[in-house]
Design a protein around this ligand. Structure first.
Ligand code: ATP
Ligand code: MG
Length: 664
């Protein structure tokens, strides 16, 4: 490093508050700090502005009907169609502009640009095809597809005919597919023959068929031919109830389908949560509120403008892809990118190459990806021109300050604000984050609640805790993007999210509090730091320690790329801290470095959090959404039988780690 670099790093490390750059603020969609007060005074009518971002068939009567909490209704009696809002209304002005830029796995140079006109055409044809198969309003259509253009086409086609979709992440197992199709009584499946992973064709239909074998009712399946002749080796023949997507589309060439008027409260889609913590839950999202919420947050937080080329690297199989690849960006008429593949194939600069080639203006990704980029080194982004970027975002987990600063400096060149967005499948869209044109950023803290949100950090009695103290995050007012229930299970909806802090016998909305099951703390300025799920707490000698806080301290040590902390049984302390650590490239896994890590925890938190063991590992067990599966690491620490590993992306790593621990 040059002297300048060293100085810069030292300054960054010290700095705790970052102002958004003047160049960003001067062009931001939202730059008036008065918005917070305005929304508070004018609640819930403040959400009319979000609804105004959309075209309604019939105007709504009431912004919020809260007469039957927690079954809130938004924009009541309004009617609307999501596909019209994402497509038809943009045709006049943006018909020839790209709606979707699709970057495929680099096997062949077959990237696809779909203009708004082309996308509109394909969605109409697909809607006609689905109707031909018998799909009617309110029939749930399951999709089990990787990141190929047919996925958003099929989603929007469903939206057009009022059939809710339920997208199952392509990396999930056959069992997961069957469970979800059975739970939703879904009689239709859209899937594909296979796809590419690191350049090799992968059979997907085999897995889909296996899942279909466990579906309890009759089904019709549409199969997209993604691989062409490269899939011949798999030897698939379509069964009688399976139809070729291409043939259906050809048979409906040029078809137009009148969009169905949907009630604002009609279901747009179902999304089963990833199941990091247990049985998947069928989260129900509606048409009006959800679309208003994703459009508004896309505009206010991601600063999306129609002329942007916006890049979110998530998979559409997760809520992030639904809200911030498909619905929010397309509702605003922008160009949204979709990429198929992995960030390290063909090389570790894959994302930076895409940003440069397409002159992407925003990048929205996950902390786990950022920590990987950091581990690989800055030479990869440095080899590319990333100056088109205007804003950076993260979602999915807390981001530790060191990774935040790396992202800010090496990807954003200290010019792009970073929005650390806290939200969940259930919330439909962002809840806690800075408005990038208004608020300063504090690395490690997601930021204040968005305007119009009433979020409080409370103790087990529901009383607000002092700034700086750990508590539980609660949402005290409804919001348009909220889930309406768990599919066909109102009771579980109340049990899972409301009972903890609500008076469930009351009809007064003030007595109802939504509990997302995350721990958090708030500072004097109202900035919220999310500490992680409430389950991820370690009890050392009676002190409750958040795993995230200890992990953040460890990842703050120079040379550490990633860390996971769990509690292991301890005779004296009850539980002891076990730290699993991945080191950065070039860092030695030495005893001296172990001590440095321990010292880092002592400095940041204190002796109570001292790790009993520091275990170096090349990888951590992660779910397919990239989240660390701590319960398996706990099983290892406690020398217990391993729990279910079927939703892991890298199941083999668990045995490897176990060997290392037992050898310790
Ligand atoms: P499941 O609910 O099935 O166990 P999941 O919670 O991992 O799975 P998601 O809805 O995708 O499924 O993730 C939401 C959770 O991710 C939040 O509740 C929170 O714990 C975490 N999270 C998301 N964004 C952030 C963020 N910016 N900072 C901290 N934590 C975050
Ligand atoms: Mg969750």
């Amino acid at each position: 490093m040059s002297d300048d670099d060293v100085e810069l790093e030292a300054r960054l490390e010290e700095q705790e508050v970052f102002e958004p750059s003047e160049s960003f603020v001067s062009q931001a969609n939202v730059s008036d700090a008065g918005i917070y007060e305005e929304f508070e005074e004018n609640w819930p009518e403040c959400w009319e502005g979000a609804a105004d971002l959309l075209d309604w068939e019939e105007p709504y009567d009431q912004v919020l009907d809260d007469s039957n909490p927690p079954f809130y209704e938004w924009f009541t009696d309004g009617t609307i169609n999501a596909s019209t809002n994402c497509l038809d209304r943009h045709l006049d002005e943006r018909g020839d502009e790209a709606a979707i830029e699709w970057v495929g796995e680099p096997v062949d140079e077959d990237n696809v640009t779909l203009t708004y006109s082309e996308l509109h055409e394909k969605v109409n044809e697909a809607a006609a095809a689905l109707r031909d198969l018998g799909v009617g309003e309110d029939d749930v259509v399951t999709m089990y597809m990787p990141m190929i253009p047919e996925l958003p086409i099929a989603m929007l086609a469903c939206a057009r005919i009022g059939a809710p979709h339920s997208v199952v992440f392509a990396g999930f197992s056959a069992d997961a597919l069957a469970t979800r199709m059975n739970a939703a009584d879904s009689e239709y499946l859209v899937t594909c023959d296979g796809y590419y992973r690191r350049g090799d064709p992968l059979d997907h239909l085999d897995k889909a068929n296996e899942g279909l074998g466990s579906v309890e009712h009759d089904t019709d399946t549409v199969v997209v031919d993604r691989l062409g002749p490269n899939g011949d080796d798999f030897g698939h023949d379509l069964a009688a109830d399976q139809h070729d997507w291409g043939e259906l589309m050809a048979a409906n060439e040029g078809a137009t389908v009148e969009p169905v008027d949907r009630d604002a409260e009609d279901m747009l889609f179902l999304m089963y949560t990833s199941g990091t913590t247990g049985q998947p839950k069928g989260v129900k999202h509606t048409t009006g509120g959800y679309l208003a919420w994703t459009a508004w947050t896309s505009q206010a937080v991601l600063d999306i403008k129609p002329e942007d080329t916006y890049f979110c690297s998530a998979d559409i199989g997760w809520i992030t892809g639904h809200s911030y690849i498909v619905y929010g960006p397309l509702a605003l008429g922008t160009t949204t990118m979709m990429y198929e593949g992995t960030p390290d194939h063909p090389d570790r600069d894959r994302l930076w190459e895409i940003v440069e080639d397409y002159e992407a203006t925003q990048l929205y990704t996950a902390p786990t990806a950022i920590r990987a980029f950091m581990k690989w080194g800055k030479q990869y982004p440095e080899a590319h021109d990333l100056s088109s970027l205007r804003l950076l975002g993260t979602v999915g987990e807390p981001i530790n300050p060191r990774a935040w600063k790396w992202y800010y400096k090496h990807i954003g060149d200290e010019e792009c604000p970073v929005v650390d967005t806290w939200w969940q499948t259930e919330t439909g869209g962002m809840m806690v984050t800075t408005l990038p044109g208004v608020k300063d950023m504090k690395p490690g803290s997601a930021g204040p609640p968005l305007p119009g949100m009433d979020i409080r950090i409370v103790d087990t009695n529901g009383d607000e805790v002092e700034p700086g103290r750990a508590g539980y995050l609660t949402v005290n007012k409804p919001w348009p993007g909220m889930l309406r229930t768990l599919y066909k299970n109102d009771e579980r909806f109340i049990e899972e999210y409301w009972r903890e802090y609500s008076d469930v016998d009351s009809d007064d909305p003030d007595d109802w509090v939504y509990f997302p099951e995350d721990g958090a703390k708030i500072d004097e300025d109202g900035y919220i730091t999310v500490l992680g799920r409430v389950d991820d707490v370690i009890n050392v000698s009676g002190h409750r320690l958040g795993t995230m806080e200890i992990e953040s301290a460890i990842v703050g040590v120079e040379g550490v790329a990633e860390a996971a902390v769990v509690g292991g049984d301890h005779e004296v302390k009850g539980e002891a801290v076990y730290a699993y650590v991945i080191v950065e490239e070039g860092q030695e896994e030495s005893e001296a470095f172990r001590e440095e890590i321990v010292q880092g925890v002592l400095d940041a938190i204190g002796p109570i959090a001292r790790p009993e063991q520091v275990i170096f590992t090349p990888e951590l067990p992660k779910t397919r959404s990239g989240k660390i599966m701590r319960r398996l690491l706990e099983d290892i620490a406690n020398e217990e039988e391993l729990g279910d590993t079927s939703t892991l992306r890298n199941p083999e790593i668990v045995e490897d780690i176990r060997k290392v621990v037992q050898g310790n």
